[in-house]
Design a protein around this ligand. Structure first.
Ligand SMILES: Nc1ncnc2c1ncn2[C@@H]1O[C@H](COP(=O)(O)OP(=O)(O)OP(=O)(O)O)[C@@H](O)[C@H]1O
Ligand SMILES: [Mg+2]
Length: 252
């Protein structure tokens, strides 16, 4: 079993779009998959047409334990379950901070779910505080969408330096280019510079495509409603790339 976080300390970079499509593709390929929506915006929950509410209650979620199971919903797709977000997730940072072993609370929440799934994907909100540390402690790998822009690259540098300083294993952090527009010279130049500067950049990139924006209207993974599209093929390639590069040592 593998846990994978779609994470960035920058907003609007394509975390949710990737989490939703990758979890769908993994499930389609036969892996028992759970997507956990940790973002109070509840976008992943919305895409899967589920109500953003935890049946077990926010307090039980924070405590962890088997009760969290009760909040898990099926989706319209085989092998794919969703742990919905709840608006109370906006307080996760503050609440974790007040508890003992504050950086390992998410590990406790996810551990009882691990025997039911082959893959757990977390859709994370923007954070670089205690919630981020909970995420790094809870997952096997962190996957960061990187838009080839100056600010996005600068934020990635900040993340890696934070992780090194706090002794998180940066070799478990991978990135892929997101929202790429190869017609832009700056995108092409920055991609080359990034490949030069950072390790763990996956080969597959997700282009900037309006097909992906349509997920908000369809409320489905683009890989489900336009399976033969360029967008769908891009996520398929990314998933293949993740399997070969990152997950090849695990059972999935
Ligand atoms: N490759 C893409 N091409 C075009 N639009 C995209 C692409 N990826 C995502 N989008 C759109 O950009 C917006 C932000 O994407 P998304 O919600 O996936 O980012 P995010 O990193 O999860 O954002 P947040 O930090 O708010 O959680 C959405 O409207 C989405 O439809
Ligand atoms: Mg998001």
């Amino acid at each position: 079993m593998t846990t994978l976080a779609l994470y960035s300390n920058k907003g609007g970079v394509g975390k949710t779009a990737a989490a939703v499509n990758l979890s769908y593709l993994a499930a389609q390929a036969g892996s028992r998959t759970l997507i956990c929506d940790l973002d109070p915006q509840s976008s992943a929950t919305y895409y899967f047409r589920v109500k953003p509410k935890l049946k077990s209650g926010a307090k039980q979620f924070i405590k962890g334990g088997k009760q969290v199971d009760k909040s898990i919903k099926g989706t319209d797709y085989d092998n794919l379950d969703l742990l919905p977000a709840d608006f109370s997730h906006r307080k996760l940072d503050v609440t974790f901070n007040e508890l003992k072993r504050s950086k390992h609370r998410l590990t406790r929440i996810l551990d009882p779910l691990k025997n039911k799934y082959d893959l757990i994907i977390l859709d994370c909100p923007v954070t670089i505080s205690i919630l981020a540390e909970n995420i790094f402690n809870a997952v096997d790998y962190t996957l960061v969408p990187l838009i080839p822009t100056t600010l996005s690259v600068r934020t990635h540098r900040q993340l890696l330096s934070f992780c090194k300083k706090n002794k998180y294993d940066v070799s478990n952090i991978y990135s892929f280019f997101s929202m790429v527009d190869k017609r832009k010279k700056m995108h092409r130049e920055l991609m080359a510079a990034v490949l030069n500067e950072f390790k763990g950049i996956l080969q597959s990139a997700i282009p900037y495509l309006s097909q992906i924006e349509r997920m908000g209207i369809q409320r489905e993974p683009v890989a489900a409603f336009l399976p033969k599209s360029v967008a769908s093929k891009s996520y398929q390639n990314l998933w293949q790339n993740i399997r070969e590069t990152i997950l090849s040592k695990t059972t999935i």
